[in-house]
Design a protein around this ligand. Sequence first.
Ligand SMILES: Nc1ncnc2c1ncn2[C@@H]1O[C@H](COP(=O)(O)OP(=O)(O)OP(=O)(O)O)[C@@H](O)[C@H]1O
Length: 610
Amino acid sequence: MGAGFDYSLGLMSGPESSPLTTQTFDLRQSPDSPGIYSYLLVIGASSSYRRALPDDGVLVVGRSDEADVRLDTAAVSRRHAELVFSRGEIRITDLGSHNGTLVNGERIEGSCALGSGDVITMGDTTLILRREAPPRGSALIEMGRLRRRVEEEIERAADSARPFGLAVVSLGSVQMRTMLAHRALSALRLVDIVAWDGASHLAIGFPELGGEAARAAVLQVLEAIAPLAPEARGGLASYPFDGGDTETLLAGARTAASIAAPGAIAFASQTAVRHVIGDRTIVVADSAMIRLFELIRRLAASDLPVLVLGETGAGKENAAAAVHHWSARAQKTLITLNCAALPDALVESELFGYEKGAFSEARAPKPGLLERAHGGTVFLDEIGELPLGAQAKLLRALEAKRITRLGDVRDREVDIRIVAATNRDLEAEVHAGRFRQDLLFRLSAAVVELPPLRHRRRELPILARLFLAEACARTGRPALELSEAALAALFAHPFPGNVRELKNAMEYAAATADGPALEPWGLPERIAGLDVPPRTTVDNTSAPPAAAPARFKPIAEELREIERTRMRQALDAADGVQKRAAALLGMPVRTFTFKLKQFGISAREGKRSA
Ligand SMILES: Nc1ncnc2c1ncn2[C@@H]1O[C@H](COP(=O)(O)OP(=O)(O)OP(=O)(O)O)[C@@H](O)[C@H]1O
């Protein structure tokens, strides 16, 4: 049953002198089996402690520094006795000690088998052998099985509208894993689900426990293991509040455990990091996003150009604002140009400015935005849409650090940092001949790639609540609770329009909801999914009337649907090129790109399907 006796694990270390504390290494079983554990209670003249025993091997007891169980008293010989552990049996042999070895009051000759409760006396020291069976409670399972069980429990919780809590207990440096797991299990219910999550974390699922009840359960575990792991700390995530799937809950609980104080518990909802960037508040909770913003902070300190990649609405503009505000240029301007929003003919005059008479409408000289941003940062959004002619001029300007206004012969010095963003695959654009490779090299000195919202599900409930609260405050209506059913609908939606789509949905909900809580039918239809029944039992009084499902809806909403569908189709037909798609619909490009964002349509959609 055991992993064997590991001689490298410090068998020569002496006992600790703290009262009734245990030795600090575990020499026995496989980590996932709590099994039987044995220990010696060592009661000396000046101190008592508990010493874990191995399944197999030999321990020498004596006064010598080299003894495995060191008894620091003159009444004990240097090598007094030997304990032999083999196949569940324990034998003791006196090694010719001066004062002899007594078992249950009788001096032994040669060796003698030991059982639980036997009292061994060596000089003025008493050792009591204890062997304990695992508690009759929950059992440790493997992490893979825990994941599957948690998935089942989430399903069950969704169907029965009951909570489910998932905790991660971080133990610090753990050596007595088996005994520790044993203690944790003894503090849990039979239905709780427990597994080792890596070497030093325990993952615990609590069916039907959420919030305070789950917190109390984790506290009991922390108390039970405190003698062995005084530094242990807990992190707790609850379904559906913190997430709708195993990995999201696990990630939340792990991050929460990492911020909890020793002996205490933190909730997943406490792990979000707020970055206040000018008048923006950026909230990140996913560990990859937290690291990404740390990277952005470091990059900001350099003067490198930064290329921000990510799907539409993923937060690229926020990232660009962070680069500027965390840089030495923060006191100077940040100027943004959306390259997709300008007709080709205007791009160059906007970027580089013009002199009087440069073209027929140029009645007075005007500096371009590169010039106006001197000393600051220029954010070129949708850089993939920049016409090739403007790309060449931009490259020259960046290389020479000088610009020439249209219609001018002089050039002027500019000191700017460029942050560019795109949701396009620029490498592919280079291959297709639509983007200059040399410009791509120059812009991509540092690349920051934002994951889509569907890959950072930890943030979904956090951002949803944030946007809902902000929207309610803006419209002056009382705060809306996000119901469990609405949250489940959000988790079921893939959010192709990412954070912007979520934000728009919460604004729509705040404007239209009529109860104290946001229910699925208060969400935009494509998110609520008419075919998706609410996952929790709801109070009948707050449910919509049976005939309500949207056979009729406000005409404005219907028109929006048509507009959205036609825009998608136009993008398809135009191979994802926004200007062409806008022309197909007879819509100004600026309006088209604005509406794309509003509807959360990715400009790539058309390209992909084409
Ligand atoms: N982590 C976040 N915290 C708070 N708000 C966010 C966050 N990420 C994005 N938002 C908000 O979502 C909306 C869309 O973000 P943003 O404009 O930065 O996306 P984008 O990737 O630049 O979009 P596009 O590709 O369409 O230009 C903005 O209102 C932004 O403030």
